[in-house]
Design a protein around this ligand. Sequence first.
Ligand SMILES: N[C@@H](CCC(=O)N[C@@H](CS)C(=O)NCC(=O)O)C(=O)O
Length: 268
Amino acid sequence: MEKKQQAQGERWRLLTIGPSHYCEKARWALERGGLSFQEEAHLPPFHAIVNRRFGAGRTRPVLVTPHAVVDDSAAILLFLDPYVEPALRLYPEAPEQREEVIALASDFDKRLGPAVRRWLYFHLLPDGQMVGRLFGISQDRWSQLRWSLFFPMMRAVMRKAMNIRRDKAEKDRERVFAIFDDVAQKLSDGRRYLVGDRLSAADLTFAALVAPAVLAPNYGTFLPPAQEVPAHLRPDLVALQEHPAGRFVLRLYRDERVPSKSPQHQGA
Ligand SMILES: N[C@@H](CCC(=O)N[C@@H](CS)C(=O)NCC(=O)O)C(=O)O
């Protein structure tokens, strides 16, 4: 594969919605690859205005470099690979393995990411304080006051955009558990990674997308300790942590996810 180099002093920006697990995918890949970037987080719905300025679609993450604006997490991982030293690349050279990695990651993106998100937000959105912490809102009085005025509007936008309802959340929960079972089945032959013998985009995508549901230490933004999660949600999160697929994710977060150094900028 071709080799590209990030020029010294070149400005790369990762536009995020702080706690988003799709943004965590991109952040993890950038940090793992040793690439230099600045993260800029915005609250929804303001993120969409900034995206438009860069000609990007509606969602985050968006990677802005002097060479390209890349506005999808899977496309970002593919874009980054040539900039990363070969031993740390996320896509195997062998065509068959590469295809398998792309197919698995794409399935997680389509079916797992939205399910985890809607299920967790259904349970977390009632607690404005908790959501404020997830979004990195400062604890000072003025920030908290502004947040308490703004949050109801943001919550309404999120509920509508993601169609967050109890019946959907229950189906999402079932889907998350079913995909955990599928992944555990794959790992049951003792393999250390989903494809091949080192971390690939399939592992990273699965791990990042479920990290908030297993409260993975080393996640790039704040996740609450288990005892602060709503009591009725806790047993499910503990069950996922103890599930073989959950233990796999916690292992990857422990061994493969260097703690995030990216400074958080919470824009309006
Ligand atoms: N396929 C996209 C999905 C990303 C996505 O859904 N991002 C969410 C945050 S978790 C988002 O930006 N939502 C705001 C919106 O849709 O306006 C990717 O992988 O980057």
